[in-house]
Design a binder for this molecule. Structure first.
Ligand SMILES: *Cc1c(COP(=O)(O)O)cnc(C)c1O
Length: 464
């Protein structure tokens, strides 16, 4: 075997990357000046870069490497499937074994009557499918005016034109002509930043009731669906108050609005259950899946659709699909990933052992002078950085200035912890051990100390 990690010196790789590679969600000019970090291999929860640093990946890549890095079984399955049937489509009255087996397995794992899977290559594509599917569903039921999807500000549903419109990221809407028509956004249940003097419970209820107000204002005959992540991920791991989801479910039921749970992050064990909808006690009509479905070993996503919605869609031809819908190699890898998650009882272990252990240590970080509150469910957590805990103050500096400094300190301490504005977030591989959690917390604490020292020195530790 060739040694795949044999490579050019870092500086040469960086120069080639700067010359030819356009990075997603990156100021490429700035990065070219700074020099990109080159990741060469990984095992378990640990990344190795081209300089030999060993970095604890507390983000599981982009929230996706649920079973951890370096699982030989997944590589073996991919190679075997490539030899047997590397590609065939599922468009023209054909199918193949990996797509059949994966759809059946997902239907078995998904709650309630979510028994039907439409495959896509990613979460973005799956949400594009959802936009078209819910509009088409209502048209098939003789209600073509029901075309509006209600979503939330600061939601993340992907980066294609459709899914980026569904999302509520203002920076994304500012570029490239988003959003498309008939997408409506209500406020997010972010109590720390937006709850004012209300209790979290009252604020959660009020945020949920914005959905009812929106339905009444737009007209029941205009609204097709409400979409949300059970727990907002890219928005900053925002765990909604306990009052939020029951009220959303009540409103969706009352007005017969389809509920789409975007499970791209929450699905496949992240919250300590197979799906975030189970953790939050909701009954969606459609779930968006990707990321943890294959633990990121192959690009695959999809929509899990209720029997009711699927039966209506089945009454005619749905003029939609992707070349790689149900790609056999990706499907085989995903199936093997689900086998590992299930047979090794990884989800149960998260729920009963490692998530409670992480929660205790994570929540203890609020003792740090920089940390205002800690949010955590399962293996996704956030802490808010603040110059004043009692007033829940934001920093006077532009949002994200302090968060970025903290993230840089984390990287220097061999920890990948992301920042969203001035929140620090984690989403480690589900296989992280207690000893690795201790390392994560120790490095995070050192990084918080260094961040505090730096912002004190730079005069940044002041309230807005
Ligand atoms: C990442 C993500 C998506 C988009 O998935 P891609 O595979 O990047 O297209 C959609 N929804 C949520 C909640 C996500 O976190």
């Amino acid at each position: 075997m060739t040694d795949l990690t044999n490579h050019l010196p870092t500086a040469e790789l960086q120069a080639l990357d700067a010359a030819h590679h356009m990075h997603p969600f990156t100021a490429n000019g700035e990065l070219a000046q700074k020099g990109v970090r080159v990741i060469t291999r990984a095992k378990g929860v640990t990344l190795t870069d081209s300089e030999g640093h060993e970095i604890l990946d507390a983000m599981a890549g982009l929230w996706c490497v649920n079973v951890g890095y370096g699982r030989e079984e997944l590589a073996d399955v991919a190679a075997r499937q490539m030899r047997e049937l590397p590609y065939y489509n599922t468009f023209f009255q054909t199918t193949h074994v990996p797509a059949i087996a994966l759809a059946a397995k997902i239907a078995e794992l998904a709650p309630g009557d979510l028994n039907n899977v439409f495959f896509a290559g990613s979460g973005s594509e799956a949400n594009d499918t959802n936009i078209r599917m819910v509009r088409h569903y209502w048209a098939m039921k003789g209600k073509p005016t029901k075309s509006i999807l209600i979503s939330r500000k600061n939601a993340y549903h992907g980066s294609s034109v459709g899914s980026g419109s569904l999302g509520g990221m203002s920076g994304m809407h500012a570029q490239g002509g988003l959003p498309i028509p008939d997408i409506h956004h209500i406020n997010q249940p972010n109590w720390w930043a937006e709850g004012g003097d209300a209790t979290p419970e009252d604020f959660g209820l009020a945020c949920a009731q914005e959905l009812e107000q929106a339905i009444l204002e737009l007209g029941e005959d205009r609204v097709a669906a409400f979409i949300a992540e059970p727990i907002q991920g890219a928005g900053g791991v925002i765990v909604p108050p306990a009052t939020y989801w029951p009220e959303i479910q009540r409103i969706c039921d009352k007005y017969e609005i389809l509920l789409i749970a975007d499970e791209v992050i929450c699905g496949f064990g992240r919250t300590g259950a197979w799906f975030g909808s189970e953790t939050m006690g909701i009954r969606p009509d459609i779930m968006t899946i990707a990321k943890g479905l294959s633990s990121g070993y192959a690009p695959i996503g999809g929509s899990i659709v209720s029997d009711e919605v699927a039966s209506v869609i089945a009454q005619g031809e749905f003029n939609h699909g992707y070349t790689y819908s149900g790609h056999p190699v990706a499907a085989a890898v995903a199936l093997e990933n689900l086998r590992i998650l299930e047979e090794e009882k990884i989800v149960e272990r998260v729920k009963t052992v490692t998530a409670p252990y992480l929660k205790e240590k994570w929540e203890a970080l609020v003792a740090h002078p920089l940390v205002g509150e800690a949010n955590i469910i399962g293996m996704m957590g956030s802490i808010t950085l603040t110059p004043n805990k009692s007033t829940r103050a934001a920093f006077a500096a532009e949002a994200g200035t302090v968060g970025y400094i903290c993230r840089e300190r984390c990287f220097a301490n061999n920890l990948v912890m992301r920042h969203v504005g001035d929140r620090m977030i984690i989403s480690p591989p589900l296989v992280i051990t207690e000893a690795e959690i201790d390392t994560l917390i120790a490095r995070a604490t050192t990084s918080l100390d260094e961040c505090l020292a730096q912002i004190e020195a730079e005069g940044l530790n002041v309230s807005a």
